[in-house]
Design a protein around this ligand. Structure first.
Ligand code: GDP
Ligand code: IMO
Ligand code: MG
Length: 422
């Protein structure tokens, strides 16, 4: 398989983990390039459920190499815990996982600052995962971050941590929060550094050599297009570039090495956290939550749910260059009598066909819907496109056409084999 960038086309949780696991079979390397342990990617191997936060979902294949690229922010304690979880489940990690030496660290003061900033925002909060992601990327941009290469250099780590902790403790005190103990943080993170040291390498060189030899690389996106710091519904976004360009900057693999972009979307829409969501719908939320679905993989929060929105997914095609669309969770809509797809946003007498960047304008928009008859029959046992109900095929064709991309994969259940390739 050619070098493929996989992105989320909505607000995250599109089912990227499942599709990565499926596409990994034909890839040699799987690379995470942005975000941190705010991500939660669910993969089922038979009845066993794995939720991956930092380690690429390809790790569950015995013969694939996985890379955590320079664009990711790593909480070392969380990564150590995830590796332990995988090893306890019988998954080999040593020799298969490579961690960028230039990836930035998430440290305890980032988590505390994330929490404090959210508290201060009150009802205007973003609804972050409180994993310290925003403050860690903030330090990276402000050039005061610590990197993996610092973590594994004990004297340098000690000096840098001492300096950074002193400054951040002042900020925490100003927030009215308890300052952190240098000795405790240092001991815990140095231990994690020793554990992670064997995984740390120049992943840029590793990826360059692999692509030179013709290896097929799959770039595992995290979050979704509308959580992108530049292209999302700012400020209700995460702090990294979650769109296709982030795969290049977050890995050091140049754009002319990339062959295609796969966009993953749910057959409906979900969003966790605050921020605009034009097609949000309480009935769909009740239906899906009633089925025990749509609870956050990282924080367990119930996800907000709504109709599919082709203004959103068309915009995602525009900014990511999506060639192939993978539509997941089609089976979630099996019982509905009528389905809706948003085809435009009405604002006064105008109909917008792109997502406006001004959130006040977006809030004033009314979705315009096209209606589709429901297929009202289970799809989770179907494995061929032709065997899907005709009404389901019509709905999926419309989704792809309205999203300006070619339908390539349909997912009708969380398992590997519940996948239809077109
Ligand atoms: P990600 O963050 O994009 O990897 O998505 P999450 O793992 O956070 O959330 C997607 C959820 O949908 C997970 O619970 C998956 O197991 C589940 N899932 C993915 N595809 C399908 C599907 O086609 N049908 C059903 N029923 N569940 C799916
Ligand atoms: P995956 O990779 C869904 C959301 C949070 C919040 C906003 C900012 O599983 O799709 P942050 O902690 O990043 O500062 O939070 O972004 N968010 C996600 N929502 N899926 C994710 O990842 C998310 N990662 C962050 O809920 O609204
Ligand atoms: Mg998720």
């Amino acid at each position: 398989m050619a070098n493929t960038i996989l992105v989320g086309a909505q607000w995250g949780d599109e089912g990227k983990g499942k599709i990565i696991d499926v596409l990994a079979e034909r890839s040699d390397l799987i690379v995470r390039t942005a975000g941190g342990n705010n991500a939660g990617h669910t993969v089922f191997i038979g009845p066993k459920k794995f939720v991956l936060h930092l380690v690429p979902s390809g790790i569950l294949w015995p013969d694939k190499r996985c890379v955590i690229g320079n664009g990711v922010v790593i909480d070392p304690l969380s990564l150590v815990e995830e590796i332990a979880m995988l090893e306890a489940a019988g998954v080999t990690v040593a020799g298969k996982l490579f961690v960028s030496e230039t990836a930035h660290l998430v440290l305890p003061y980032h988590r505390l600052l994330d929490e404090q900033r959210e508290l201060r925002k009150g009802k205007h909060k973003i609804g972050t995962t409180k994993r310290g992601i925003g403050p860690a990327y903030g330090d990276k941009a402000a050039r005061v971050g610590l990197r993996m290469v610092d973590l594994i250099n004990p004297p340098r780590f000690e000096a840098l941590l001492r300096q950074r902790l002193a400054e951040n403790n002042q900020v925490l005190k100003a927030f009215g929060a308890k300052p952190l103990s240098f000795a405790k943080v240092h001991a815990a993170y140095r231990a994690a550094g020793d554990r992670l040291q064997p995984f740390v390498t120049s992943t840029v060189v590793l990826l360059h050599e692999a692509t030179q030899r013709g290896a097929a690389v799959l770039f595992e996106g995290a979050q979704g297009t509308f959580l992108d710091i530049d292209h999302g519904t700012y400020p209700f976004v995460t702090s990294s570039n979650t769109t296709a360009g982030g795969a290049c900057t977050g890995s050091g693999v140049p754009p002319n090495r990339m062959d295609r972009v796969v966009g993953v979307m749910k057959a409906y829409t979900t969003r966790v956290g605050e921020g605009p969501f034009p097609t949000e719908n309480a009935e769909i939320a009740d239906l899906l939550h009633g089925m025990g679905r749509e609870f956050g993989a990282t924080t367990g929060r119930p996800r907000r749910c709504g109709w599919a929105d082709s203004v959103v997914t068309r915009h995602a095609t525009m900014v990511n260059g999506i060639d192939t669309l993978a539509v997941t969770n089609v089976d979630g809509l099996d019982t509905l009598e009528t389905l809706k797809i948003c085809i435009g946003y009405r604002r006064g007498t105008e109909t917008l066909s792109h997502v406006p960047c001004d959130l006040e304008v977006l809030a004033a928009c009314e979705p315009v819907y096209a209606e589709f008859p429901g297929w009202r029959t289970p799809t989770d046992g179907i494995r061929e496109w032709k065997k899907l109900p005709a009404k389901c095929r019509a709905y999926l064709r419309a989704l792809a056409e309205l999203s300006n991309a070619k339908l390539g994969i349909v997912s009708v259940g969380p398992a590997r084999d519940q996948t239809i390739h077109l």
